[in-house]
Design a protein around this ligand. Structure first.
Ligand code: IPM
Ligand code: MG
Length: 372
């Protein structure tokens, strides 16, 4: 039997806490290679502010090509206040936006799941969030993030006008809705589609297209519709009413941050951004934590590495179909939380506060125990 070729992984730690939390994933990868006989072909590169400092641009074409060639991309986070003064064509954030667009990664899956050990870390009452498990499917290559016209123009009176345009086409809506319906079939079978059809034409079209697709192909799945503002309110009032939420780029950005806080911390939540598989079945995919680069705590060794680690677990599951290894990592994280260890962002009374690397040590220790 010939050995499976090593899976090609592009690792892009980025800025702020990105490199610190990515380091803990690298240790888990080494563990998987040593203890589970897996092998990964890993390339690392710079993105965001780190790339701006070295190469004068947030992401090089070469890195985009490496991402295209890889079996999966593991992304950290980008954003650095030192580049706040530069234009939109040079900002660190452009790295992730370009990767999403160039690889046509249109479906961003953002799970918000509450670990039992963390029900008390949420700012909401434990009774409201216990057992919560929702999946936000956010469209990521369209909408107001990329629509034209855009820009800042000077008016005849010398004042200025800032412009962005929300645009969605039938096919853009359909392909992301399809991802949501497919996911719902594997979960509890309910999709809530979110837009602002009361004020926006693009929202009206969104609702129509999702409704049509549902009637044509997904009648077995429950479909409801909600206005984005109401959805924000319902997520705080009674989040467990939701299973899969599908929405556009901007609403998805906002609602997924909101949903993540229901789980206690932004530092806990992974995400996967997927494109369409090609004729050889190769699925373009990027995995990243929902949290940003958190420049305020960068370099202190206190960031929570769990979202980055769980993003890697999602990568193993979705891109490499390594369900056992994905489960192993998720179980290790859950056991460490049960044992009472907490990074600063999820600390509560009676728990033990640990650093990024001690959290990493504990997860590795737990992996050893689970492996026996
Ligand atoms: C996210 C981030 C990005 C976004 C930024 C960094 C461009 O907030 O992934 O949610 O707005 O999409
Ligand atoms: Mg965001």
């Amino acid at each position: 039997m010939t050995a499976q070729p090593a899976k090609k992984l592009l690792v892009l730690p980025g800025d702020g806490i990105g490199p610190e939390v990515m380091r803990e994933v690298t240790r888990i990868i080494t563990w998987l290679e040593e203890k589970r006989g897996l092998s990964f072909d890993i390339t690392e590169d710079l993105v965001g502010g780190a790339s701006l400092a070295e190469y004068g641009e947030p992401i090089r074409d070469e890195v985009i090509e490496k991402a295209r060639a890889a079996d999966a991309v593991l992304f950290g986070s980008v954003g650095d206040p030192r580049w706040n003064h530069v234009g939109f064509d040079k900002r660190p954030e452009l790295a992730i936006l370009k990767l999403r667009q160039e690889l046509a990664l249109f479906a961003n899956l953002r799970p918000a799941k509450v670990f039992d050990a963390l029900v008390d870390a949420s700012t909401l009452k434990p009774d409201v969030v216990r057992g919560l498990d929702i999946m936000i499917v956010r469209e990521t290559v369209g909408g107001i993030y990329f629509g034209n016209p855009r820009g800042i123009e000077t008016l005849p009176d010398g004042s200025k006008r800032g412009i962005n345009t929300e645009v969605y086409t039938t096919s853009e809506i359909e392909r992301v809705a399809r991802v949501a319906f497919e996911l719902a079939r594997k979960r509890s079978g309910r999709v809530c589609s979110v837009e602002k059809c009361n004020v926006m034409e693009s929202g009206l079209l969104w609702k129509e297209v999702v409704t049509d697709l549902h009637a044509r192909e997904y009648k077995d799945v429950g479909l409801s519709h909600m206005l984005a503002d109401n959805c924000a309110m319902q997520l705080v009032r009674n989040p467990r009413q939701f299973d899969v939420i599908v929405t556009g780029n901007l609403f998805g950005d906002i609602l997924s941050d909101l949903a993540s806080m229901l789980t206690g911390s932004l530092g806990m939540l992974p995400s996967a951004t997927l494109g369409a598989a090609d004729s050889h079945g190769k699925l373009p995919a990027l995995y990243e934590p929902i949290h940003g680069s958190a420049p305020d705590i960068a370099g202190q060794g206190i960031a929570n590495p769990i979202a980055q680690i769980l993003s890697f677990a999602m990568l193993l599951r979705y891109s490499f179909n390594m369900q056992d290894e994905g489960q192993l990592i998720e179980d290790a994280v859950s056991n460490v939380l049960e044992s009472g260890l907490r990074t600063a962002d999820i600390i509560s009374d009676g728990k033990t506060r640990v650093s990024t690397s001690v959290m990493g040590d504990a997860i590795l220790g737990e992996l050893d125990k689970l492996q026996k």
